[in-house]
Design a protein around this ligand. Sequence first.
Ligand SMILES: [Fe+2]
Ligand SMILES: [Fe+2]
Length: 377
Amino acid sequence: MNVQTPLPQHSADATTVEEGLAIQEAQAVLDSVSATEVAMRNTLLTPRFYTTDFDELDAINVEGVRDEWDPLIGEMVSDPNKGHFKKNEDWDHVDWDGMDPDLRKEFIDFLISSCTAEFSGCVLYKEMKRRGANKEITQLFQLMARDEARHAGFINDALREAGVAVNLGFLTQKKKYTYFRPKFIYYATYLSEKIGYARYITIFRHLQANPEHRFHPIFKWFEEWCNDEFRHGEAFALLMKTDPKLTQGINVYWIKFFLTAVYATMYVRDHQRPAFHKALGVDPDWYAHEVFTKTSKLSEQIFPITLDIEHPRWQPSLERLHKANVQIAEGKEQGGIGGKLKELGGSAKAALAFASLLTIPANKHRVPETTRLQPAY
Ligand SMILES: [Fe+2]
Ligand SMILES: [Fe+2]
């Protein structure tokens, strides 16, 4: 007898990315226009969608890292988080109407931006899986796309309770794709996975110690969540390890550029959400420093440099960058010639602040023989 397996009801139970996305698609009728519009935005600070040279990625040979590769893939195949990303009895009621309006606005913005970032990973990984012929590489990307589809789906579940949701199918078709060479994809994606881990685990541990600040149940899911991101980061570290040139010579400057850009973007973006951080009981400056420290420690597994975040110029330059960004936003809001001038002035200040960060001498160290790490925070 040939019985067709019915589609699981929830993206958390989906075993492949295709299944996860089909479930999302079926729910898309409920999705709201404004949230999708926010997710469609492309600025320096909003999550983007990427495309790359998939043939080059497909040509990677993992034989050189086989000893570390197989256990990682084995762990991902065993799928420890299957079924995890769905609401259960731990999901407390959320009083969206009673929420402070500033917090509500910033929190929704945070969820939309996180959902877009998760989905951006999903789209890139799924495309690689579709285009590739290399068994090892396509398997890895299929597994990572599966996870990201679940993550994005779960955030969308939370958003739906607030009456908003991101139309993921629409985004796939309509959002602009930015082309990055494979090596830039490695640096950017590796860092976004590891900083994602550091961000989620820092919030999770903070709320474990201070549960009175847990104003939304989604934070309870962050521990297992960040373990997925941790594994994704491990995979990119191994991909980079297959070609030592990627972390040597001129490429060290690129690594420094990406580290600086990723850290600075996080700092500026988080400082746009004061009510959100206040509700969490987190000082955004402390949080940034904590996340940078963890990410730097982790990235020593593959990068020969880390940023000197204790340098006297580091924090003041970040603050200047944040202020410049506020000025740009005010200029845009104001409009007209006055607004344009304000915006241009802000952009010039931002460029100077970024240059100041970029020219801080980096800390150098030897990269360990063995790359693989376990989540330890
Ligand atoms: Fe994710
Ligand atoms: Fe990830």
